[in-house]
Structure formats: structure tokens, C-alpha cells
Design a protein around this ligand. Structure first.
Ligand SMILES: [Fe+2]
Length: 464
């Protein structure tokens, strides 16, 4: 803003200033100058001193009250020394003597303008710094809140394992106050003697930049053992490993529930096995010649399946199926079962009915394995010559193909009502001769493998 009562000077300087400065306001006296200032708030005010209505210095005083940061340049005639002194007192930034040297005035304005820009830049940076400080403070408060109010026990420790900070949940879980815990070696504080070495090794790994996630045990201040899950993660600040962050969760209840579930599952498994054994014994009670036979078939079947590297679940099925494979003989008259003479065709028909009877007995039991089908198919033969359905190759369950070989070997290697034991050599000859004909070739090879080198021997003697 330029304030000058001499119209000629005002106009000519205004014309020149307008070429170089964006918004120029002019006023013929202090009062109007003050009004314009109030409206537009110019940053630099150039003013004459002696003017009607309100002189320049009065105007400066009033403007300073409104906006102390305003810069002033006083333009005055030579000899007005008293005004100069007053102007200095008011903190005026520049003086120009009349007649006005316009380029000097413009230089002064430019300097002041640069100063204002610089000041504004400083203020902007200061504002920015304040804002980022504030954001940082908020973030810190947020993380501190998260840390403190986390339902999981959180601990920050130094790279050599000394506790730097714990949260409330850590105090509650392990029973140590912050004062008791700070600077203690974390692993010594909450590990048992047996687990200390392992815990120290884990801390070392995390301090080396590795994340760890384990389930283990830790002890409280009162010595109570807790099952915990531990999540360890390195804190890296500006690319450097600064500390170790550990989160502990009490999983004692979950572990206990898991253990109970496991125990309950094992009890059920045992119950199934015991029930199966009882059923097997029912047949064997009637027929002493086959007593032990089913057990032996199951054992040999398991050994063959293991040799063939079948999964443990399938092997469990073979155990159950093998143990009951002749359960259908319950319907065959004892007279026929124990007959030492040749059987008539009709008697044979009755004997051959036992896989179907076994299937009918077992088919509605919801086993996790195809036990009923194993029983139904254990007399089927690879080439389709077996009974009851004349199935061949892949139509026969693998478990049933294994049980068929185990059944024949067991029967030949032991005494029957109508003959003495033929011995293991004859049994091996039978399955080798009929490999790929009556019996699955893969099953035969593996059975011969374990029987020839004595890996498998029958454990249960027949009670003949
Ligand atoms: Fe049988």
C-alpha cells in the first residue's frame, strides 16, 4: 500500500509499482490508508509522514496494533528529523527521502518482500514440524495404548534378553510387577530350568532378526506352569536390530481340552478294538481250530500293508477287518467247522456263505473303514475265480486282496481240522505259484519278502 497526499507523486509511483507488484493499493491520507489496510491487509506499507487528517506515523501506530508483522517504509522530505526518530521508535523498516528514487524504493520493497517470504517459509516449516510432532505424539500414544491394553502378555527386551518393558497382561499372567521385571533376563525369569537353554536360543534367534512362533511352557512368579504360545519378532529401527518383541498367550485351557479330546479319542479307539476282539472271540469260541487264526491274519495283513507303505489309517482298517474276517462262520454249524473228513458239496456251500453272513452282520456299523466289504471280499480271487461274487483285479478292495493272501498263508502254515500244518514253505509256494492268478502280484511279492527273511512270524498259536 502506498499512502501519499501529493497526488502527482502518488500516481506516478503507483504506476511504476503496479508493473512489478501484484496488488497495489493507494491512499491519499492516513485515515483512508488505515481503512484500506483493515480491508486488504497489505504486507508492506509505504507512507508519507506529513499528511492531512491522519499523518503517516499515527497510521503506522494503529496498523501495528492491528497487524504487528506489517513492514513499513517511510517516505519523507529532508529535515523532518523528529519524525524520523519517532519512525525509528516505531520500528519502521526503511526510509526514503523525497524526491523518491523509485528504483531504490523498489529495491527496498523487494528486500522486505523476500524477508516476508523467508519469514513465511520459516513459519510454514515450524507449523509442519509442530504437526509432525503432534502426529508422532498421537501415534506414540496410540501404540502405548495398544501395548498396555493388549489382552496378550507383551514384553520388549534388549538384544541380550533383558526386559525393557512389560504390559499389564504380562504382569497379570506371570505375576511380576514392572519394577520386579525390568532389567531382569526374561528367559531366566519365566523359563523353567529345563527349558532355559531352549528359550535362550529362541531369544538369540529373534535378536538375530528371525521371527519365531512356538508352543511351550513358562512359569509364573508363584511357580505355576503355563502352556503358552510365544510369538517373537525383532524390532528393527532404521535398519538396525534394536530390540526383541515377545507376545505370550496362555493356552493352558486349550492344551487341556486338546489332551482330553486326544484321550477320549484313544479311549474310543480302544473300545472299538476291544469290541472287535470280543466279536472275533465269539466265533473262535465255537471253533477252536480257527482260534487265533483271525488275529494272525490281521497281523500278517498289517505287516504286508506296512511293507507296501500304505498309510497308517488304511493299516488300522486292515487290523479291524482281519480280526473279524471270519465272523460269518458264526452261522456255519459247528459240526461242519470241526469235520475232519472231506466236506460234501452242500457243506461247502454253507462254508462259502460265511463272507456274506459277515458282511450282513457288519454292513450297518459306521466304521471309518470299509470293514464289511473287506470281510465280504476276502475269498475273492484275482482272476475272478473266488466267491461270493467272482470279482477280479481292481474290483476287489486292496485291503481284501491283502487279507486273502494273509488268510491262505496263515491257514496253510497251521493245523486245520482235516490236516496237519503244511508249513510255511508250502504256503509260500502256493502264493508264488498263483501270483497274478489267484493273488495280487504286488501283495504276493511283499508277503514273500517279509516271510522268507523272517521279518514276520506268527505270534499266536492255534489252540488245537
Ligand atoms: Fe474265511
Amino acid at each position: 500500500m502506498y499512502v501519499e497526499d501529493e497526488g502527482v507523486i502518488l500516481r506516478s509511483i503507483n504506476t511504476m509499482m503496479e508493473r512489478k507488484i501484484q496488488d497495489v493499493y493507494t491512499a491519499p491520507d492516513g485515515e483512508i490508508g488505515l481503512k484500506i489496510f483493515k480491508k486488504h491487509k497489505p504486507q508492506i506499507v509505504v507512507t508519507d509522514i506529513k499528511m492531512p487528517v491522519m499523518n503517516g506515523l499515527e497510521m503506522i501506530e494503529k496498523i501495528k496494533e492491528i497487524e504487528p508483522s506489517t513492514k513499513f517504509i517511510v517516505v519523507s522530505a529532508y529535515g523532518e528529523i523528529n519524525y524520523f526518530l519517532k519512525a525509528i521508535e516505531l520500528g519502521v523498516h526503511g526510509f526514503i527521502l523525497k524526491p523518491v528514487n523509485v528504483s531504490k524504493l523498489m529495491n527496498l520493497i523487494r528486500e522486505l518482500g523476500n524477508g516476508i517470504l523467508l519469514q513465511k517459509e520459516i513459519e510454514r516449516k515450524e507449523e509442519e514440524r509442530k504437526r509432525s510432532d503432534e502426529a508422532l505424539r498421537e501415534q506414540k500414544a496410540y501404540f502405548e495404548h495398544l501395548f498396555e491394553s493388549s489382552p496378550e502378555a507383551v514384553v520388549i527386551s534388549s538384544n541380550d534378553g533383558k526386559i525393557l518393558q512389560i504390559n499389564r497382561s504380562f504382569s497379570e499372567m506371570f505375576g511380576y510387577t514392572e519394577e520386579e521385571a525390568i532389567w531382569k533376563v526374561l528367559d531366566k525369569l519365566i523359563s523353567t530350568d529345563e527349558l532355559l537353554k531352549e528359550a535362550t536360543e529362541y531369544t538369540k534367534q529373534v535378536a538375530g532378526g528371525k521371527d519365531i512362533r512356538i508352543e511351550t511352557k513358562r512359569k509364573t512368579k508363584s511357580g505355576k506352569l503355563l502352556a503358552v504360545s510365544v510369538l517373537g519378532t525383532p524390532i528393527i529401527i532404521e535398519g538396525k536390530q534394536a530390540a526383541v518383541y515377545g507376545i505370550y498367550r496362555d493356552i493352558t485351557d486349550r492344551k487341556q481340552a486338546e489332551d482330553e479330546l486326544k484321550a477320549s479319542y484313544e479311549r474310543l479307539q480302544k473300545l472299538i478294538q476291544d469290541t472287535v476282539n470280543v466279536l472275533a472271540n465269539v466265533v473262535e469260541l465255537r471253533d477252536p481250530y480257527t482260534a487265533g487264526h483271525q488275529h494272525n491274519v490281521a497281523q500278517l495283513g498289517i505287516a504286508i500293508a506296512e511293507k507296501m507303505k500304505f498309510p497308517s489309517d488304511m493299516i488300522e482298517g486292515i487290523r479291524i477287518g482281519g480280526t473279524m474276517h471270519d465272523i460269518g462262520k458264526i452261522k456255519v454249524p459247528i459240526r461242519i467247522l470241526n469235520k475232519s473228513e472231506m466236506l460234501t458239496d452242500k457243506e461247502w456251500e454253507q462254508i462259502k456263505y460265511h463272507p456274506t453272513v459277515g458282511y450282513e452282520l457288519l454292513k450297518d456299523l459306521d466304521f471309518p473303514w470299509q470293514v464289511a466289504k473287506m470281510v465280504l471280499q476276502h475269498h475273492e480271487r484275482f482272476d475272478g475265480s473266488g466267491y461270493p461274487n467272482g470279482l477280479k483285479n481292481d474290483e476287489i478292495l486292496m485291503e481284501a486282496r491283502i487279507l486273502a493272501v494273509a488268510d491262505v498263508v496263515e491257514a496253510m502254515a497251521n493245523d486245520r481240522p482235516y490236516r496237519q500244518s503244511l508249513g510255511i514253505e508250502i504256503a509260500l509256494e502256493e502264493i508264488e505259484d498263483n501270483k497274478g492268478i489267484l493273488y495280487d502280484p504286488g501283495v504276493v511279492e511283499n508277503a514273500v519278502g517279509i516271510l522268507k527273511n523272517g521279518v514276520f512270524v506268527f505270534s499266536k498259536k492255534h489252540t488245537t
